[in-house]
Design a protein around this ligand. Structure first.
Ligand SMILES: [Ca+2]
Ligand SMILES: [Ca+2]
Length: 279
């Protein structure tokens, strides 16, 4: 947690990064951090020191960044750039971060200078745009930059875990081979696809079987789900001695009550079913 690294407007340097790697640093990894009320969260490179790179490569992923409303004065905000920046840093991957700036700064992510090439900003969830400045180039894909505080568990405390109602982010990301877990270490993807931002949504609320009926020789059951979660259906011949075997696994949650069919169940004296969150 990086917290309150916020200089007064009278300071000589107004935009000190909480995490700064420069002067020819390479391949830095910054992940699973929370930044609350910091002037700038992460900088890979600052100076345009051509022909040398100030930084090269590296990854910024699965971080939460939050500035509370009104943190910056109007004049301060007017001179802001971005919170996650790659300046004179080619090949930097800024993927799967959640950035809630609440109007304090212009850009969630900024790439700057013509030497900054081959970078990525993908699956970013933010309330501010991603910016290419001074001829920088980067691949931008699957970013949602219209986030609002109501999507998150406790935004004023920088708890930017997704609520179940954040359906425009849950399962809406592209799957990246370079980001296989999230802020919490949860594996990605869960459910039908990766979630946009640093958090892959999970819930501890267990599913509940809401309907079970025979259809010919099949058993059809329904169960409660959350969008973004994965579910298993298991069966057993009794609830005392026998082991549970899988009927279906990693079924993507829909937010509704999907149906599962277990075929050829007739001829059994009895059979039991349970639904669970996929491990
Ligand atoms: Ca998670
Ligand atoms: Ca998901």
């Amino acid at each position: 947690m990086f917290k309150n690294l916020h200089n007064p407007d009278s300071a000589a340097y107004l935009w000190n990064p909480a995490v700064l790697f420069w002067n020819h640093s390479v391949n830095t990894l910054t992940e699973q951090n929370t930044f609350l009320n910091v002037d700038r969260a992460v900088a890979y490179g600052l100076q345009n020191t051509t022909p040398f790179f100030d930084h090269a490569g590296g990854v910024i992923r699965n971080n939460f960044v939050c500035l509370v409303p009104g943190l910056m004065s109007a004049s301060r905000s007017a001179g802001s750039d971005g919170s996650l920046i790659a300046w004179n840093s080619p090949g930097t991957q800024i993927d799967h971060n959640t950035v809630l700036l609440n109007g304090n700064e212009f850009y969630a992510v900024e790439f700057r200078f013509a030497t900054t090439t081959n970078g990525t900003a993908r699956n970013i969830l933010a309330d501010a745009p991603i910016h290419l400045r001074d001829s920088a180039t980067a691949t931008l894909n699957s970013n949602l930059v219209t986030a609002v505080p109501g999507m998150f568990v406790n935004p004023l405390a920088a708890d930017l875990h997704l609520l179940a109602s954040a359906t425009n982010a849950i399962d809406k990301g592209i799957t990246l081979s370079t980001v296989t877990n999230d802020f919490d270490g949860d594996r990605r993807p869960r459910g039908a696809s990766s979630d946009i931002g640093a958090d892959e949504f999970t819930t501890n609320a267990p599913p509940r079987i809401t309907n079970l009926r025979l259809s010919g020789s099949n058993c059809v059951l329904s169960f409660t789900t959350f969008l973004g979660e994965s579910y298993d259906i298991q069966r057993a011949a009794d609830t005392t001695g026998s082991t549970w075997s899988l009927v279906a696994n990693n079924l993507p949650g829909t937010g509704g009550d999907p149906q599962v069919t277990d075929t050829n169940v007739t001829g059994q004296p009895e059979r039991f079913y349970q639904a669970r969150l996929s491990p």
